[in-house]
Design a protein around this ligand. Structure first.
Ligand SMILES: [Ca+2]
Ligand SMILES: [Ca+2]
Length: 291
């Protein structure tokens, strides 16, 4: 009798389905506050069977078959259309970790996606050079032709942080006669070169004027090809005739930084010593740095 009871108990144990230890699920909260989540499960695609409901975003479920995969869905209790889409698959222990994160997508509950941000304004910053290669002819005395030579800058953005000027193909038999004034679209002005290079002939040289250089233009020695010079005015009381703006002038190109830079830049080249003449045979360029 006792032996039969033991066999019967053993058979009963074998017939019972193996149950997993409890599984804890966690999910993202609904964007609608104060909702109740109804937890369903189904192996495969359904039918869904309600397991429990909760106002929390975690729930621990017991008495599930071991090693089974199932889906979970959460429905808010506000109205039936607020039900979320089925989650990703959860698996009962022991294959899974103690807490499984499931992703719930709340269909009609989800807030509408925010409109895409407006595209940022197009930017055009960095180092840009603009060239006017038309020759500038310097007479033996007086205003050059053209007077001024101009460069129009368009489409740059950002703040102007540095300006430099390159003179292409400069030739003169007395550079000391030559004054060069730069005027920006803001109306600011800089005498970037005046009374330099003595009376020493130069022919077809190219050089750059930049505040970043520590080498001033020479007053008594020859101008050197391919140099970068600091703008230098050895006759700061001199004023150029109209249409150049009235003085006094600074010489540093920093007068243009943080100012308006899109627009017309004018280069006034003037010879104030009788005799001797020359040209900027290949014009000039303007290099602007914006950021
Ligand atoms: Ca002259
Ligand atoms: Ca002069």
């Amino acid at each position: 009798m006792k032996r039969l009871s033991f066999v019967a108990a053993l058979l009963l144990l074998l017939l019972l389905p193996a149950l997993a230890s409890p599984i804890t699920l966690a999910w993202n909260p609904s964007p609608t506050p104060g909702v109740t989540y109804n937890l369903y499960r189904a192996t495969g695609t359904g039918p869904f069977v309600i397991v429990t409901n909760t106002a929390q975003t975690t729930v621990t479920i017991s008495m599930l078959p071991a090693l089974s995969s199932f889906y979970v869905t959460a429905a808010t209790s506000i109205n039936p259309t607020n039900e979320s889409l089925p989650s990703n698959t959860a698996t009962t222990p022991p294959l899974a970790s103690a807490v499984q994160q499931v992703s719930l997508t709340f269909g009609s509950v989800a807030l509408p996606p925010p409109p895409p941000p407006p595209p940022p304004p197009a930017t055009n910053t960095g180092t840009r050079s603009f060239t006017n290669s038309t020759p500038i002819t310097i007479p033996d005395s007086g205003a050059s032709t053209p007077y001024p030579s101009t460069i129009t800058v368009n489409g740059l953005s950002g703040t102007l942080t540095n300006v430099s000027v390159t003179i292409f193909g400069f030739g003169h038999t007395c550079p000391n006669d030559v004054d060069i004034l730069l005027v920006g679209p803001s109306g600011d002005k800089a005498m970037i070169m005046s009374d330099v290079g003595a009376s020493i002939d130069v022919n077809n040289i190219t050089f750059t004027l930049s505040d970043l250089s520590t080498t001033t233009l020479p007053s008594a020695t020859i101008l050197i090809n391919n140099m970068v010079y600091q703008p230098t005015d050895y006759a700061p009381t001199e004023v150029l005739p109209a249409p150049a703006p009235a003085g006094p002038y600074t010489s540093a190109l920093s007068v243009f930084t943080n100012k308006v830079y899109n627009g017309v830049w004018s280069l006034y080249v003037f010879d104030d010593g009788p005799g001797d003449l020359g040209s900027l045979a290949r014009g000039w360029s303007l290099t602007l740095n914006t950021k």
